[in-house]
Design a protein around this ligand. Sequence first.
Ligand code: UDX
Length: 469
Amino acid sequence: KQTIEMIMHQRRGRRLVLFPLPLQGHINPMLQLANILHTHGFSITIIHTNFNSPNPSNHPHFTFHFIPENLSESEASTDDLLALVALLNTRCEEPFHDCLAKLCSSDSEEEPVACLISDAILPFTQAVAEKLKLPRIVLRTGGASSFLVFAAFPLLRERGYLPIQDSKLEEPVVEIPPLKVKDLPVINTSDPQTLHQVVDGMVDGAKASSGLIWNTFEDLEQPSLDTLGQKFPIPIFPMGPFHKIFTASSSSSSGLLKQEDQSCISWLDKLATTAPKSVIYVSFGSIAAISEAEFLEIAWGLANSNQPFLWVVRPGLLTRRGGSDWLELLPSGFLEKLGGRGHIVKWAPQQEVLAHPSVGAFWTHNGWNSTLESICEGVPMICMPCFTDQRVNARYVSDVWRVGLQLENGIERGEIEKTIRRLMVEREGKEIRERILCLKEKAILSLKEGGSSYESINSLVTHILLLES
Ligand code: UDX
């Protein structure tokens, strides 16, 4: 024991190199993790693509190295998320290797590097780390339950669930209850082979790594974490929710371009005493896109619901439309006719909004960060998943944790109105609210001394200090 403590003491202050997938929902948790590990005494180096790069001046305590991702302008601005991820995994390989090799070389003036921590969706980094004899730990920014479904892709292909057939959408996936075929975490693509390559690569890369970090907590995903522990012969560290350990508003913490519109907070303030918990906050994250027809159904559903709403319409939310014609699709005088009951912004300070006393529900696409943020503020959800893990997250929200309602029958104004009423007015909604407040408490407890995430962070620190590098 003495020796282990001595080794740990000698290795304190070692450098960690972190490499995020350069998308908002992935950069934020990686930077939050960097901050957590920094407070535990590590020096932090971030390798980042030039593409979507955060502003280093927001993180003066980290060292940044930017690498060229070698994407053409059209490749970098594509709507095809899957193609982008596949390209990043090939084009970053050489510059990433060169950058990491320099950081690890004996003539580097910085502290010795203890390990690489990279996003699960960048599995090429596993081979690079192995080549440089550096241990790699994986950060999976999504939930453990959806990861298990990704890990089951070979089985799902073998049993004929994948590729998905439209006639079978409502059928159960009997091997993974309570999922239905429509909940499987795929993305619309003309290239299913690339999808399977990316997913299988992520899972195999995680299996070959020296450990897996999760932005989740035990009380939320215990059965899935247990299964993972059996299937993955490596240490796992469920140590979230990160944003409650290192609090900083999301886009400002990453320094990405999106400007948070603070007007929504003063708009919410006005309702705090007269109509607490009445506002539906509507946001579909940083990537998801909807059609014009869906946009209009959402607008009319909100208008007809009679509830106040705060809606984030991100430029780019509508498929095949640029940012210039932002709200032009709305019927003329739409907001005016509602007499101040609705407020629309391009980007909101989401964590602040969810914590606001006026907010009573979150209509979300169930990106993992949004899902966790909603749970942590005890805000019940209306689920409208768009692709990949969002579908699994939504099923867990509605059917496992039972802290939200899912729009099961498409996006249609009558259905929307009905769902909002069930959540905001009826008894069912009250029970949902009680359940999510209970989960919120568990999330907070997990981070306190002796809580599962608190202990997991300490185990991770010890694990890193004892890695052979
Ligand atoms: C992406 C993937 O689509 C999703 O499947 C995966 O789980 C995570 O990465 P994204 O669209 O980025 O999701 O959503 P989410 O994970 O919810 O992250 C969005 C982040 O942006 C949240 O932290 C949220 O607080 C923030 N946000 C969103 C704002 O700060 N303001 C907004 O107006 C909207």
